[in-house]
Design a protein around this ligand. Structure first.
Ligand code: GLU
Length: 414
């Protein structure tokens, strides 16, 4: 079993040696500041009690409150949550947000729970952890299989416990309880800005560019739709049941694919497509590959077979450190997760800012601010990549570590 945290630490080590990071700062960043494990008893609809295990890893908060989503998945582990909280630390820092990094999770398959059970589980998670959460402490958000509705239940539970309104304690909320315009598709939108900048560097034009998207969830489906509207050809998509590729390698009609998935529970059997596996999708002869599902999908085993010229990592941790080396040697450009999917947390930050002002921006204003942050970070990281003759991931880490390192020093921790 590949450990996401081991992989995260290998990435840290590579960046630390590239930039010659101060040894004391490096030592501080090799473990989370605090990890919490809780058990959450939930009354199921049949009256029985089931006890779920939940985690929150608070990695680093020198730049601001811990920030990061909560994942509901049967494979969640403390190791994974720790890795994800480290990546959140790097993500917020590399795009310049005044936030630290955290992440949470519950070991559960949410598809097996009724709505009532899901609500009781979500409220139970907050009851166990509320003392460690809050707008100035630690601010959760959606992640894999968690939704705006779940954020609203968590907010309600938190506010009930602390006895006051505190909308900035969680982000990714429904608009009516203090959510931000644009948050629903902001992870995808940030990925689109990155893809556009990277495609320009490679001279790829939308009409002649084919794309495969692994994962048709919140991030992947929005990104596919936005790119398709912009003229790119999305020729293959997938979900947890399998993948489809256009028989003629022409662009799929994503609105119809989405309707098909809603109706049939999967993208499979969409007319005009051939069924392949999720693994085969990654090796298709497309120009751009977008992993938008889970960790460790591109490894040293399949990296030699990747044909895309550009990879935009919408998922967290989809490429292992060993695969990074192979992709870099093959001349494949990759935009790392901590930059490519930073649009989500950036609009989460805007959500908190709006909550604090109690005044809300239009979607247009949000997107204009998002574009500026992502595009600026992309070019700063590109410049670091050139300066150190390294890959984009290492450059993004170097950028983040410069900021976090300065914070560690300014606070007198080292
Ligand atoms: N779960 C998202 C991520 O991995 C968003 C986190 C947030 O908005 O705090 O970046």
């Amino acid at each position: 079993m590949v450990s996401p945290f081991d992989n995260a630490m290998k990435q840290l080590e590579k960046a630390a040696s590239t930039m010659n990071l101060n040894r004391d700062i490096y030592a501080v960043l090799q473990q989370p500041k605090r990890v919490l494990t809780v058990s959450i008893p939930v009354q199921m609809d049949d009256g029985s009690i089931r006890v779920f295990t939940g985690f929150r890893s608070q990695y680093n908060d020198v730049l601001g409150p811990f920030k990061g989503g909560i994942r509901y998945h049967h494979d969640v582990s403390l190791d994974e949550v720790k890795a994800l909280s480290f990546w959140m630390t790097m993500k917020c820092a590399t795009v310049g947000l005044p936030l630290g990094g955290g992440k949470g999770g519950i070991i559960v398959n949410p598809k097996e729970l009724s709505e009532g059970e899901l609500e009781r589980l979500s409220r139970g998670y907050v009851r166990q952890l509320y003392k460690y959460l809050g707008p100035t402490q630690d601010v959760p958000a959606p992640d894999v299989y968690t939704t705006p509705q779940i954020m609203a239940w968590m907010l309600d539970e938190y506010e009930t416990l602390v006895g006051e309104k505190a909308p900035g304690m969680i982000t990714g909320k429904p608009l009516v309880v203090g959510g931000s315009a644009g948050r629903g598709f902001s992870t995808a939108q940030g990925g689109v800005y990155c893809l556009r900048e990277a495609a320009a560097k490679l001279g790829l034009v939308p009409e002649h560019t084919t794309i495969a998207v692994q994962g048709f969830g919140n991030a992947g489906s929005f990104m596919a739709k936005i790119l398709s509207k912009a003229g790119y050809k999305i020729v293959a998509v997938s979900d947890s049941k399998g993948a489809i590729v256009s028989e003629t390698m022409s662009g799929l009609d994503l609105t119809r694919v989405e309707e098909h998935k809603t109706f049939n529970g999967s993208v499979l059997n969409f007319p005009g497509t051939k069924q392949i596996s999720n693994e085969e999708l990654l090796e298709l002869g497309v120009d751009i590959l977008i992993p938008a599902a889970l960790e460790n999908v591109i490894t040293e085993q399949n990296a030699p077979n990747i044909q895309a010229k550009l990879i935009v990592e919408l998922a967290n941790g989809p490429v292992t450190p060993e695969a990074d080396v192979i992709l870099h040697e093959k001349g494949i450009l990759f935009v790392p997760d901590i930059l490519a999917n930073a649009g989500g947390v950036t609009v989460s930050y805007f959500e908190q800012v709006q909550n604090a002002m109690n005044y809300y921006w239009t979607e247009e204003e949000v997107l204009e601010k998002l574009e500026k942050i992502i595009v600026t970070a992309f070019h700063e990281i590109w410049e670091i990549k050139e300066r150190y003759a390294t890959d984009m991931r290492t450059a993004a880490f170097v950028h983040a570590l410069e900021r976090v390192g300065e914070g560690v020093k300014a606070r007198g921790i080292v």
